[in-house]
Design a binder for this molecule. Structure first.
Ligand code: ASP
Length: 354
């Protein structure tokens, strides 16, 4: 064989080996809108349909990014911004109130390709906390900013600032008042600038399920792009009637949010205190990476066994860079949706759905 022919054959062989090793890539995206006491029996058909419509709109926004070859980070952020603008979930305009009648937001985003992360806690004026988390990751040397400093940073980098009353949600306000009265705690004055209370006092239907149910409603997204990169993001108003300054698991990297291309991407929802103590998101990824569990096995073990042992409630969505998807919850329901390139969209709420 001539020298030139040998070189050509060598190049072709090398190319075919590389080609053979290249996994067939499909983009994938999965999201949640919180887990909790969400049951068919207490959910009215209108709310059920409205929640499914917003989940669909959000996942399609993320899918539109991914199908054009966009990054998983962009997909996560764009889907979460839609959920933050909805009044149906505990994030952005649907957020719960703290015990002082204020909204305080937590959010995080993580890039699985390089394990960079950004997070914010207890912000009050930034319309899209998920975008602020991303700005912390990309435009500051830090991983986490909190409170006033975080909102000020948001303004400095040009993110939309709003009067906190922008987030006022009548249904969440009534739920707060009911909880505080039930628990014999002081009820704060109605926020300045909020619309006058509707008369008669709003009915018994809440944004997500029965009014007295333990409602989580945090939103989260995990995505895999055509470049094989994972990302995860979570955004929340936290827990209803929380102590001012309380921070949940959502913005804690490794607890409520985590992404690494070498294991998986996870976003969690549930009673944050337990998720922090267990380091839920990282725990799922570690079981995949170091114990060789399938993603679903890992998620089930953490939520169905380890979290239950601590009496914690909630769920996770998860995705690997091979496109393996999982979700699981130990509550009555979890708002969730998934879409894989070339497959049918799945939107579900109750445990008997796919
Ligand atoms: N995990 C959130 C928190 O504890 C609440 C939720 O998921 O709804 O702040």
């Amino acid at each position: 064989m001539s020298k030139t022919r040998q070189i050509v054959v060598g190049i072709l062989t090398f190319a075919s080996i590389v080609g053979a090793q290249e996994p067939a890539r499909h983009w994938a995206i999965e999201l949640h809108g919180g887990a909790g006491d969400i049951q068919r029996a207490t959910m009215d058909a209108k709310t059920d349909a409205a929640c499914r419509a917003v989940l669909t709109q959000a996942i399609q926004a993320g899918a539109a990014v991914l199908s054009k070859g966009g990054s998983s980070l962009d997909a996560v952020e764009s889907a979460i911004r839609i959920l933050e603008d909805s009044t149906l979930f505990d994030a952005g305009r649907g957020a719960v109130f703290n015990a002082e009648g204020k909204n305080e937001f937590d959010a995080a985003i993580m890039d699985g390709s390089n394990q960079q992360a950004g997070a914010v806690a207890a912000v009050t004026r930034t319309r899209h906390p998920i975008s602020l988390a991303r700005a912390v990751m990309e435009k500051s040397p830090h991983v986490m900013l909190v409170g006033e400093g975080a909102d000020t940073f948001a303004a400095e980098v040009g993110l939309e600032q709003v009067d906190p009353v922008f987030f006022f949600n009548e249904s969440q306000w009534q739920a707060l008042v009911r909880q505080l009265k039930r628990e014999g705690r002081p009820v704060p004055p109605r926020p300045v600038g909020a619309p006058p209370p509707p008369s008669p006092a709003p009915g018994t239907v809440s944004a997500v399920g029965s009014p007295e149910a333990h409602r989580f409603g945090t939103v989260g997204v995990v995505a895999l792009d055509l470049h094989g990169n994972l990302a995860a993001g979570t955004s929340t108003g936290g827990s209803q009637a929380k102590h001012p300054g309380r921070v949940g698991d959502s913005p804690i990297i490794g607890a409520g949010t985590y992404a690494s291309n070498s294991s998986c991407a996870v976003s969690a929802t549930g009673v944050g205190e337990y998720f922090i103590r267990l380091g839920v998101a990282r725990e799922v990824c570690n079981l995949v990476r170091f114990k060789g569990l399938s993603l679903q096995q890992a998620a089930d073990q953490v939520i169905g066994t380890e979290l239950v042992a601590l009496h914690g409630e909630g769920g996770v969505i998860a995705l690997t860079s091979n496109g393996e998807l999982a979700w699981t919850f130990n509550t009555h329901g979890m708002f969730r949706a998934r879409l894989v390139e070339g497959d049918k969209l799945i939107v579900a709420i109750y445990p008997d759905e796919p």
